[in-house]
Design a protein around this ligand. Structure first.
Ligand code: GTP
Ligand code: MG
Length: 407
């Protein structure tokens, strides 16, 4: 929810070294603060801003090059100041936007600290970027999409989030509200059900990438498969059994779907204390996994212990034959040569199918946070039990401005 009268800024760029840092400033106090500290390059050099009049800031939609000055009128950094409000904002029917400016200054920590310090001195409160989105008065879905876009790791994830930022999910909620209002409860439930299925087979993968653990006996090729799926030489491989001791975690994309892959020590008795510790860790990873690729060596076949582990994993286990370049694939489970890459595309398809992932079309509405999915499930439950008004209010909470984090 926008806090009227509140003025704040956030550093949008990550800390560290870089060419440019971006500070976003929001609120009614921003323009007076900038008039007191920003000197456009076209203004007379050396002229400190007159505190009673100040220097001009760019008009809505405009940019200005110049300097941020300290209280004595000395330059703190060279900047480009952008006035981000739409020139036509405030026209009839438009929501009134708080003033929004962005300062592009140099990216070094000292430059950012100097500009931030000056803004704070002039009364702007420094907040984190998520909080600033709330102060801007952005609706919940918009804020969540922007927050996740900051960390989106694959183009597919970014594309789906961008669709939601562009209004796909919000637009899909309007007919649900309309049906709830006009007593067409069954149709409303059907529409919510369609959204929940998009969450289930796509959105939840964006919110929380599945953890896929590669396990199996020593030397079956687990580390080689991790490297193959990641597309980089991440884990040490060798012909000697017992190479991997600790688990190795790597981010990867399977057909564009973000996942976390985990390579583990080979399961078995363990020849020494160190190996036994590795096996213990591997077992811990099995328990945490969304899916376990249980790797078997096609040239050796499966033993009773392999079958016992697979049985204990149930639906979370997927048997995979490796080294099919050395021997024919023994059974119906997917077969690969992690070393040569054979069968890896089909394995990727099998993994995504087992995880329940299905692609969505461009522009489809996809709930993409667990909170959104929970609210939609509540809406459906309320509607089904004849509480259409409560369902409508819950839906407004999803589309509206109330911050999730403060709920
Ligand atoms: N021919 C063939 N060799 C493979 C294949 N995958 C792995 N290897 C070889 O098998 C040996 C063991 O591979 P790793 O990936 O280190 O096996 P691991 O399961 O991680 O072994 P530990 O960490 O010791 O449990 C290496 O020499 C690999 O090159 C494959 O598909 N075909
Ligand atoms: Mg290994």
């Amino acid at each position: 929810m926008s806090a009227p009268g509140r003025s704040a800024f956030a550093v949008l760029t990550p800390p560290g070294r870089g060419g440019i840092a971006v500070l976003r400033c929001v609120g009614p106090g921003v323009e007076p603060a900038l008039m007191a500290c920003f000197r456009p390059a076209r203004a007379k050099r050396g002229a400190p801003p007159d505190p009673t009049v100040g220097m001009p800031t760019p008009p809505a939609g405009g940019l200005a090059y110049g300097h941020i000055l300290d209280a004595e009128g000395r330059p703190l950094d060279e900047v480009i100041l952008c006035h981000l409000n739409e020139p036509a904002a405030g026209a009839a029917g438009d929501p009134i936007q708080p003033p929004i400016f962005e300062i592009n200054c140099h990216g070094g920590p000292a430059a950012v600290a100097a500009v931030s310090g000056r803004l704070a001195e002039l009364g702007l409160e420094q907040v984190d970027p998520d909080r600033l989105l709330e102060i801007e008065g952005r609706p919940r879905i918009d804020r969540d999409a922007r927050r996740l876009l900051r960390t989106a790791r694959t183009p597919l994830a970014a594309r789906i989030l961008l669709d939601q930022l562009g209004g796909a999910l919000t637009r899909a909620l309007a007919p649900v509200t309309e049906r709830l209002t006009s007593g067409r409860t069954a149709e409303a439930c059907e529409a919510v059900g369609a959204l929940l299925s998009h969450w289930d087979h796509c959105g939840r993968f964006l919110a929380d990438p599945p953890r896929i653990v590669i396990a199996g006996r020593p030397n079956v090729g687990k580390s080689t498969l991790l490297n193959r799926l990641v597309g980089a030489d991440r884990a040490i491989t060798s012909p000697a059994p017992g190479t991997t001791r600790d688990y190795v975690e790597a981010e990867a994309a399977l057909d564009g779907v973000p996942v976390v892959l985990v390579d583990t020590a080979g399961l078995g008795e363990g020849r020494d204390a160190l190996e036994r510790l590795g096996v213990e860790r591997a077992r811990g990873e099995l328990a945490r996994a969304s899916l376990v690729l249980y790797l078997l060596d096609a040239s050796e076949g499966a033993g009773t212990e392999d079958e016992a582990v697979l049985r204990s994993l149930g639906e979370r286990g997927l048997a995979v034959w490796n080294k099919v370049d050395l021997a024919p694939r023994p059974s119906g489970a997917p077969g690969v040569s992690a070393l040569l890459g054979e069968g890896v595309a089909a394995l990727t398809t099998a993994i995504l199918a087992r995880l329940g992932y299905q692609s969505v079309a461009a522009g489809d509405a996809v709930p993409f946070t667990a909170e959104q999915a929970q609210i939609l499930a509540d809406v459906r439950q309320l509607a089904r039990t004849g509480r259409a008004d409560a369902a409508r209010r819950a839906l407004e909470g999803l589309a509206g401005g109330a911050p999730l984090s403060e709920a």
